[in-house]
Design a protein around this ligand. Structure first.
Ligand code: SF4
Ligand code: F3S
Ligand code: FES
Length: 248
């Protein structure tokens, strides 16, 4: 069954832009990325969109659909009513390059600021041993596809450009937590998380967790445990409250 959908797509660049209306065919089983591709093929050949896998695994097609951060390739058209206007806009937290494509280099800068896994100096490759329970703990974090939807959603930088310099964002604070929980990592992650990567800016609103397409429990399993490791509970009411409200 096909029908005609009303689409509004943001078009423009770093200097100016706005929403443009389209009427476009939709077929059964299609996702929003299919419709964007149909617009490119039929009405708007220079519409810019970033994508690679169309399988929810490369993390490239992040955007906002009706104001909600989502992967274009994993959002089925069937979740919208046929007469609903579907509005597609670029991620708001990162600078627009063109149309739906944003400059996500902030994230790569933050990634580079985190020192790599640091095993004890006297441990040789082949001598690494760790318990299965420790492997499993980090397994969840390794599911990250680096779509940066969590980074886009976190209000600490979404509404405050000025915080970007001092805040690594949920994805990279999670990376620090992963390394901190690794039994063979000897680098000082606790002080760095607080002093250099802005862990204290996070007030555990959980918005990052809500938009993660891999359903990683970023706040509960990475950020709150990291806060607990870093800060003396007596001096951080947010940690105390978080442990009461979210971790029962
Ligand atoms: Fe995307 Fe989730 Fe990774 Fe954040 S943690 S970048 S939302 S996959
Ligand atoms: Fe931001 Fe997630 Fe913390 S949305 S405030 S990093 S819980
Ligand atoms: Fe790869 Fe959407 S195109 S996640």
């Amino acid at each position: 069954m096909s029908y005609k959908a009303s689409f509004r797509v943001w078009r423009g660049d770093a200097n100016s832009g706005g929403l443009q209306d389209f009427t476009v065919e939709v077929n059964e089983g299609e996702v929003v990325l299919d419709i964007i591709h149909r617009l490119q093929a039929t009405q708007c050949s220079d519409l810019a969109v970033r994508w690679n896998c169309k399988a929810g695994k490369c993390g490239s097609c992040s955007a906002e659909i009706n104001g909600r951060p989502r992967l274009l390739c994993m959002t089925r058209m069937s979740v919208f009513a046929e007469d609903e206007v579907v509005t597609v806009t670029p991620m708001r937290t990162f600078p627009v390059i063109r149309d739906l494509v944003t400059d996500v280099s902030y994230n790569y800068t933050k990634a580079r600021e985190i020192p790599a896994f640091t095993p004890p100096a006297d441990l040789k490759p082949g001598e690494y041993r760790m318990k299965q329970v420790d492997v499993e703990r980090s397994q969840e974090f390794r599911k990250c596809i680096e779509c940066f939807l969590c980074q886009n959603t976190c209000h600490v930088i979404r509404d405050h450009e000025e915080n970007k310099e001092n805040f690594a964002g949920p994805r990279f604070l999670m990376r620090i937590a992963e390394l901190e929980m690794h039994p063979l990592d000897v680098a000082d992650r606790r002080h760095a998380a607080q002093d250099e990567h802005g862990l204290g800016y996070c007030n555990i609103t959980k918005c990052c967790t809500e938009v993660c397409p891999e359903n990683i429990h970023i706040t509960d399993n990475a950020l709150i445990p990291m806060k607990e490791r870093v800060v003396d509970r007596r001096y951080d009411p947010v940690v105390w409250l978080g442990s009461k409200i979210f971790r029962r």
